[in-house]
Design a protein around this ligand. Sequence first.
Ligand code: ATP
Length: 302
Amino acid sequence: VFRILHGSRDLALALVEIEQHVNYLAETLRVLGAPHEVVDAPAARPFAPAGGAVRFENVTFAYGGPRPVLKGFSLDIPAGQKVGVVGPSGAGKSTIIHLVQRLHDVERGRVLIDGQDARTLTQESLRSAIAVVPQEISLFHRSVMENIRFGRPDASEDDVRAAAAAAQCGFIDDLPEGYDTIVGDRGAKLSGGQRQRVGIARAILKDAPIVILDEATSALDTESEIEVQRALDRLTADRTVIAVAHRLSTLSSFDRIVVLIDGAVAEDGSIEELIVKDGVFARMSRLQVRGISVDVALEETR
Ligand code: ATP
């Protein structure tokens, strides 16, 4: 009886361990999230970074349905420019940031990164040149140190700490075991703003010429928002930035705003230019001053 009980306890422990491994693997796959439809061309070359210019040239793209999301879409982003993409739900904002990462292949036209057609590059080399801060930061059931190191697996502890400091992650020192504190599923709970800063630290550590930001729609409290904005300022300095933005406070730091409606550029210019133009963006800004989110404001101004 003892042996059976002992055996079943070992089995239970083994099952718990297996479950943890499976969860870890599932999380890893979710974070990597690479769709299977894109394959490297037989003669694919590694991407040769040259500042991080991004150019959509007459791109047509559909998700398999009859109506293309982008139809003859062109957009030229010089290296080092910070572009905020705004638009109502379904306009194609996420599609654009997916195509820059070549998560899908375009049907017609080209996506050029530093003049190189994304379809001719190895996916690995292209993605290593792009740091993404997603809306929802996935944390593994691992230490904070390992979670940040996910941005660059060969980074030293000092590199991780420097990236965390740049990303305003001072809160890590106050966690029960500092950088060794386990976070993620069943780990220490981090606030929304803290998770975002861990995500930004990962991206800073990656040190890529192109940064993609998918701003969370849920608002943070004012203090967290200030810290996240500071972290973003550090991440985006001297890099090409393409951001799906929802708040005017974020937009104010961009060189250029592209208003996307039904997969086409409706307005394109600096904030000042678009305000003077007194079009959709200007109307939207007036609504947002009254506390209405950019997306909803855009729906209302159409
Ligand atoms: P939101 O602000 O709601 O995220 P968005 O501007 O980012 O919207 P996209 O997510 O790019 O818009 O979607 C553009 C269009 O493509 C929408 O009509 C959407 O329903 C469709 N779409 C997006 N992803 C897929 C997919 N994986 N399969 C099929 N259709 C999709």
